[in-house]
Design a protein around this ligand. Structure first.
Ligand SMILES: Nc1ncnc2c1ncn2[C@@H]1O[C@H](COP(=O)(O)OP(=O)(O)OP(=O)(O)O)[C@@H](O)[C@H]1O
Length: 275
């Protein structure tokens, strides 16, 4: 259960985050001092074109940057009344948080699911990796997570292999695995790119449901403003490693300030934010 007293407070504050990669005599400044906040129970979109620094932001939060990445700034994560800077944690501490308090959903579910294990076993493994529970309890939690993400007939599907499921159901399994340990934040990197329009809409609706039911905070990485309009509460626009604009989704769509945001919006037809 989430601590209700902490609702409305930032669960994650990224402050002046800089990331650069030095390769031979060349330096790539992937992030040039970005700052953003995600509150509890909020869906925040990070939007920008290819190469703008979205994935590097996610990897920084997950503690998965390559060793040759140079990082400065802070990523403050607040949970259970504590606050830690994710950038100063040891590998062991990062592993404790990853997949547990902070989890991630990727673009392509088939790339993350193990074809040799049933989908239920995979979710149960994630549970057991972080919690001291029996096999039966892990199975029970896995099935409950599958139900939370509206996988029909979860008891039966627990025993199915990834190849027996559609793309949409596979992505639901990945999300079930992501929420099984009741995380504070879910990072979703282009989670609907591999899915067709109808299934994509269902998955987006699911994020909204989880936000409402579990108080889940979501950082949604996308280049698609249509998705932003549909589910985000706030949006940050990233351009060449810098946040050029951020705020309430209505405000950004109604009166974009930065030329890059204006360009992004004018290259799309029109949106209606749905509630
Ligand atoms: N491991 C790495 N080594 C060197 N440069 C990298 C590495 N990862 C990312 N970069 C560079 O950092 C910059 C930001 O990349 P990033 O992958 O975060 O962009 P993105 O916005 O996620 O793009 P896309 O939408 O294509 O995934 C790019 O210039 C990229 O080439």
């Amino acid at each position: 259960m989430r601590n209700v007293k902490e609702d409305g407070k930032p669960v994650l504050s990224i402050r002046n985050l800089k990331v650069s990669f030095r390769i031979e005599d060349k330096t790539i400044d992937a992030l040039k001092g970005i700052s953003l906040e995600i509150k509890r129970g909020e869906i925040v979109a990070l939007v920008g074109e290819s190469g703008s620094g979205k994935s590097v932001t996610c990897l920084s939060i997950m503690g998965l940057l390559p060793v040759y990445g140079e990082v400065s700034g802070s990523i403050l994560f607040r949970y259970n009344g504590r606050q830690v800077n994710l950038l100063s944690l040891s590998e062991k501490e990062k592993r404790k948080i990853r997949g547990n308090l902070i989890s991630m959903v990727f673009q392509e579910p088939s790339a993350v699911l193990n074809p040799l294990l049933t989908v239920g076993e995979q979710i149960a493994e994630t549970v057991k990796a972080h919690r001291n529970v029996s096999k039966e309890e892990a199975k029970r939690i896995a099935i409950r997570s599958m139900e939370m993400v509206r996988i029909p007939d979860a008891d039966r599907r627990f025993y199915q292999y990834p190849h027996e499921l559609s793309g949409g159901l596979k992505q639901r399994v990945v999300i079930a695995s992501g929420i099984a340990n009741n995380p504070a934040i879910l990072l979703a990197d282009e989670p609907t790119t591999a899915l067709d329009v109808t299934v994509s809409a269902q998955i987006l609706k699911l994020f909204k449901d989880l936000k409402e039911k579990m108080g889940l905070s979501v950082l949604l990485i996308t280049h698609d403003l249509g998705i932003v309009a549909e589910i985000a509460d706030r949006v940050f626009v990233i351009y060449r490693g810098e946040i050029v604009e951020g705020g309430d989704v209505f405000q950004i769509f109604d009166s974009p300030q930065h030329p890059y945001t204006k360009k992004l919006l004018s290259s799309r037809p029109s949106f209606n934010k749905v509630s």
